[in-house]
Design a protein around this ligand. Structure first.
Ligand SMILES: Cc1cc2nc3c(=O)[nH]c(=O)nc-3n(C[C@H](O)[C@H](O)[C@H](O)COP(=O)(O)OP(=O)(O)OC[C@H]3O[C@@H](n4cnc5c(N)ncnc54)[C@H](O)[C@@H]3O)c2cc1C
Length: 218
């Protein structure tokens, strides 16, 4: 392509993209209270298909409505001092949000996934009922991309297997075997450091904050 044609194309591109975005506005998915929101029976069906790992979520500080010195409120506030404890709660995120951009709000329900089949069931349920779907691992997203009110959450926290691979060769690659580690979707960096460095004496590069999720960072 000639340089002049390339520049003309590049100059026209933003206008072409504007046209596209006007033609396809974001679609609103079904939210709690909408007519299409799944019935109690439908949620029961999902509960059965994920082996009882479907959890209905409340706001993390809902207990504070009964008073800031109520036991529920005291327990919720205490969590703010322990990042690992916060990460163990499907309704928490590690940041409260950004002013005028987003604020942390829990999903309506979470599938506390332990298997691939749980994730498949959650994705299929969200597709069938046209729900918002969000994935959360470590819950440290600064942009709020693991927080979506009224959504169904795939919570990967318990999928934290760590497997050391002394002679790893990527599938269909003819490269020499080398040490590697395979980490589950919900593993935190502390899981990786513990297995790779503390126990196996090798090195793995992650973040400084050990409760950050491996998959989210990668
Ligand atoms: C308190 C704090 C400390 C931090 N410290 C560091 C640090 O020391 N070093 C550093 O590099 N960064 C740091 N970060 C930034 C952090 O690495 C990124 O925000 C990272 O994306 C968080 O990943 P997560 O899994 O913890 O978060 P999440 O919010 O769970 O996930 C982040 C994004 O990844 C998506 N996601 C997560 N898991 C999956 C999956 N299995 N499949 C598909 N999508 C997935 C989520 O949907 C979301 O969009 C920090 C952030 C916070 C809030």
């Amino acid at each position: 392509m000639k340089r002049r044609s390339l520049l003309k194309t590049a100059a026209a591109l933003p206008f072409a993209l504007t046209g596209l975005s006007m033609a396809a506005p974001l679609r609103r998915r079904v939210r709690p209270g909408d007519a299409g929101w799944p019935s109690a029976d439908a949620w029961d069906g999902l509960q059965r298909s994920v082996g009882g790992r479907l959890v209905k979520l409340d706001a993390p500080f809902a207990g504070c409505a009964a008073g800031s010195d109520s036991p529920a409120c005291t327990a919720a506030l205490a969590r703010l001092h322990n990042g690992f404890d916060m990460g163990d709660q499907p309704n928490f995120t590690h940041t409260s949000g950004w002013l005028d951009a987003w604020s942390s709000q829990p999903s309506a329900y979470a599938v506390a996934a332990t298997t691939t089949a749980d994730v498949v069931a959650a994705v299929n349920f969200a597709r069938t009922h046209d729900l918002r779907l969000v994935v959360k691992g470590g819950g440290h997203s600064y942009q709020g991309t693991s927080s979506a009110p009224g959504s169904l959450l795939v919570w990967t926290r318990h999928m934290n297997d760590v497997r050391l691979e002394p002679d790893f060769v990527a599938r269909n690659c003819g490269t020499a075997p080398q040490p590697a580690v395979t980490l589950g979707a919900g593993a935190m960096w502390i899981d990786a450091y513990d297995a790779v460095t503390t126990r196996a004496g090798r090195y793995v590069q992650g973040g400084g904050c050990t409760s950050v999720g491996v998959a989210g960072l990668v």
